[in-house]
Design a protein around this ligand. Structure first.
Ligand code: ATP
Ligand code: MG
Ligand code: MG
Length: 380
């Protein structure tokens, strides 16, 4: 019995567990929530805090290698585990991804362009902010996701108020850029430096949350796609990264590419890989952490992913959650429904995703639009 450990019990952990179990591994999940999506499907579920030394010791005892599914896992927890077990990604890489200021400094060091920005840790730094960064987005350096911990500011007065409102924690102010589109690249890198990548994903966000991912040949201009893959690879190499890494990009109105941020784990924009590629991002996470061969994954079908947020469970103005009409969605060809087993639906909560695969991009799009209409999702 060989057991793989994962810190965090959310949906990313759950899909990791599925991939690991398919390959015959046992799994151990550490997450304090007794009803966590991954904990409920894992062989072992350690229900302690991420920093509990006993919980971590138990995870290390059970597991031959450990990964993380959650980027805000304390770097200290990874360090404790790394004392006795291989841990991928390493605490040093996760620590950079957890801090927007360090992350941006890393992009600069790799020669990959990012949005003009300023670090704001002190009132003096706030006062010294250059006007050219406005209008901008003030983002907390740590712990933000799905657009949380971000305030859009047009003027210096709004910036000052926003920083006060964020409780004056360390922040980064980024210049607001004119986005033509957004995309991401997921790479998997082994301890030996071997690296493979998925094709470039074109992403649509709504209210700071990923809504739609489209992947097919020609979803973005070829030169841009190549540039994104090269940039993602240099970001991973620069971190001496081991595991699955997602790099998010902005495509600007003038066609140039700017890196946004990284996620040191499988990513929502890679969920289509479960049904659209011959290897999923979770398969590669398993392989990378145990040192099995990484081979270049192949997109075998044009794919579209629709994120299923908790809002879908609520009619306008309703308080009671109602299960969406999955039967009508699954009547459409090439639909693959993934639900994370979360016990209660809440607005803006990621409950699942719908993958659509088809023979052509046009066919995938037609089905995706039909599914969106059935579910009451905005067209795209
Ligand atoms: P995630 O859940 O992806 O980690 P996050 O909370 O870290 O999200 P960001 O990726 O920083 O948030 O921003 C969320 C979205 O806001 C982006 O995908 C983009 O649509 C928009 N956005 C962020 N920064 C900028 C910017 N500098 N200029 C224009 N739009 C931006
Ligand atoms: Mg983020
Ligand atoms: Mg993001």
């Amino acid at each position: 019995e060989t057991t793989l450990g994962v810190l965090g019990g959310g949906q990313l952990g759950r899909m990791f567990v599925h991939a690991a179990q398919q390959m015959g591994y046992f799994t151990a999940v550490l997450d304090p929530d007794p009803s966590s999506p991954a904990g409920r499907v894992s062989h072992h579920h350690i229900q302690t805090d991420y920093l509990d030394p006993q919980g971590l010791a138990e995870l290390a005892r059970l597991s031959c290698a450990v990964t993380t599914e959650f980027e805000n896992v304390p770097a200290q927890a990874l360090e404790q585990l790394a004392a006795t077990r291989p841990v991928a990604p390493a605490a040093s890489a996760v620590a950079i991804a957890q801090d927007r200021a360090r992350e941006k400094a890393h992009f600069v060091a790799c020669g990959v362009p990012c949005a003009p920005y300023a670090v704001i840790d002190t009132p003096a730094q706030l006062a010294a902010v250059d006007e050219s960064l406005l209008p901008g987005i003030l983002k907390t350096a740590r712990l933000g996701y799905d657009g949380k911990g971000q305030v859009r500011v047009k003027t210096r007065e709004e910036l000052n108020a926003a920083w006060a409102g964020l409780k004056q924690v360390p922040c980064v102010l980024e210049k607001m850029l004119p986005l033509a589109s957004e995309c991401s690249v997921i790479v998997a890198r082994g301890a030996d430096g071997a690296m493979v990548n998925f094709p470039v994903q074109r992403n649509l966000h709504r209210e700071g949350i990923l809504a739609v991912t489209e992947v097919f040949e020609g979803n973005l201009p070829a030169a841009l796609a190549e540039q994104a893959v090269a940039a993602a690879r240099s970001v991973a190499t620069g971190l001496d990264y081991v595991g699955v890494l997602c790099v998010e990009f902005f495509v600007l109105a003038d066609g140039s590419l700017v890196v946004n941020e990284i996620a040191p784990r499988p990513h929502n924009s890679g969920h289509y890989t479960i049904d659209g590629c011959d290897l999923s991002q979770f398969d590669l996470q398993v392989r990378a952490m145990v040192g099995l061969p990484l081979v270049q994954p192949r997109l075998h079908s044009p794919s579209i992913m629709l994120n299923l947020l908790g809002d879908l469970w609520f009619a306008p103005g309703a308080n009671e959650a109602v299960t969406p009409p999955w039967d009508r969605v699954l009547a459409l060809p090439g639909t693959h429904l993934h639900l994370y087993g979360k016990l209660d639906a809440k607005r803006a909560r990621k409950m699942g995703h719908l993958n659509i695969t088809a023979a052509t991009p046009e066919a995938a799009r037609a089905v995706a639009l039909q599914a969106a209409a059935v579910l009451g999702l905005e067209a795209f």
